[in-house]
Ligand binder design. Structure first.
Ligand code: FAD
Length: 307
């Protein structure tokens, strides 16, 4: 084993670490060096990929820290987060701590080991394109948009269109992620919305065996209105669960509805086996986490228990 580690890691030999001074410079470097240039956030996933021997071709590392992309701003009906913002900085923002509709963000980051969350960037977490990471499903459930900056300007896409396959996103070779936008929909009954993040981990410092984010609203008749459910570690890419969402929408908050939804979630995921769990265990887990998450959202909304 130690020999495999040494051989593969020794192939990772970048020859330049570039502190880019402008977005234009980042794009120019990406265009010039293509696959052999990589953006670096905190380098946590990059380090792991280098250890696995995935990055022998990388020669230029581009650091975005001088581009002013570290911010969390509420602007109109959106929260905008710069791609270089550290996860801990995001979690400590009052907006994500206090508003039940967006608390899934701080809950997810609180579940990540502190040393990791202090350094890791939102851009790096999203662009790793590894299905076990926490922020992609969280932002899918919040219907976030990504701003991809490239030679043709800014391209804004839904995060639901971003992940194509394991380690593969729809980002183009001359593009980088500059900003994440979360809609706040202030006018649409915001006080009745809640969100939550739940994850099962083998030990606290591990990656999630399975994670689930729910964002939903419940009306005065105890019926589910808007429902968005997304999962991580449940397939090759992080994903929403549209059938499960439909099984809740418009239905009453009662045990039979939750039973059907949790059956649907178990059918809808496409998990594989790894060191942490079998596919069967992950299906059991998603059913359990779904019910827990709906109950947690309902209690934040103040909707009481199912009838
Ligand atoms: C012990 C441990 C436990 C962990 N537990 C969790 C957990 O529970 N949940 C979780 O989510 N994560 C967990 N992590 C993983 C960690 O959160 C991620 O590795 C980290 O968020 C990646 O961010 P980074 O800034 O280090 O990215 P980097 O490693 O710097 O970059 C990752 C990838 O994204 C690309 N990239 C970075 N920024 C951009 C950009 N702006 N535009 C385009 N491409 C870009 C890079 O080129 C690279 O391919 C854990 C890590 C460890 C070591």
């Amino acid at each position: 084993m130690p020999q495999i580690y040494k051989q593969s890691y020794s192939e990772f030999r970048p020859d330049e670490y570039i502190y880019a001074k402008s977005k234009e410079e980042v794009i120019a470097i990406l265009k010039q060096y293509g696959e052999s240039a990589r953006i670096v956030g905190a380098g946590i996933t990059l380090h792991e990929m280098a250890v696995l021997g995935f990055l022998p071709h990388v020669k230029k590392l581009i650091d975005l820290r001088n581009l002013g992309l570290e911010y969390v701003r509420v602007e109109g009906a959106q929260v905008r987060i710069g791609a270089s913002t550290r996860l801990r900085e995001i979690a400590s923002n009052d907006f994500f701590r206090k508003d039940p509709a967006f608390q899934t963000v701080s809950e997810a980051i609180d579940s990540i080991p502190l040393q990791v969350a202090n350094a890791a960037t939102l851009g790096g977490n999203l662009c790793s394109a590894v299905p076990i990471l926490s922020m992609p499903p969280v932002l899918m459930a919040l219907d976030a948009e990504l701003v991809l900056t490239g030679s043709k300007g800014d391209r804004v896409i839904s995060i639901n269109e971003f992940y194509l396959d394991y380690l593969l996103t729809s980002i183009q070779p001359d593009e980088f992620l500059s900003e994440v936008r979360i809609p706040t929909r202030e006018q649409a009954g915001r006080n009745k919305r809640a969100s939550t993040y739940l994850a099962e981990k083998v030990v606290a410092v591990d990656y999630p065996t399975l994670s689930l984010t729910a964002a939903l609203s419940i009306d005065k008749d105890s019926k589910f209105e808007e429902v968005r459910i997304a999962v991580g570690s449940a397939g090759r890419i992080p994903t929403r669960l549209p059938n499960t969402e439909k099984s809740l929408q418009g239905k009453k908050f009662e045990n039979s509805t939750l039973d059907k939804a949790s059956e649907s979630a178990a059918k809808e995921i496409d998990p594989s086996a790894d060191l942490r769990a079998s596919p069967e265990y992950r299906r059991t887990l998603v059913s359990y986490l779904l019910k827990q998450a709906v109950h947690k959202c309902a209690s934040k909304i103040g909707s009481g228990g199912p009838r």
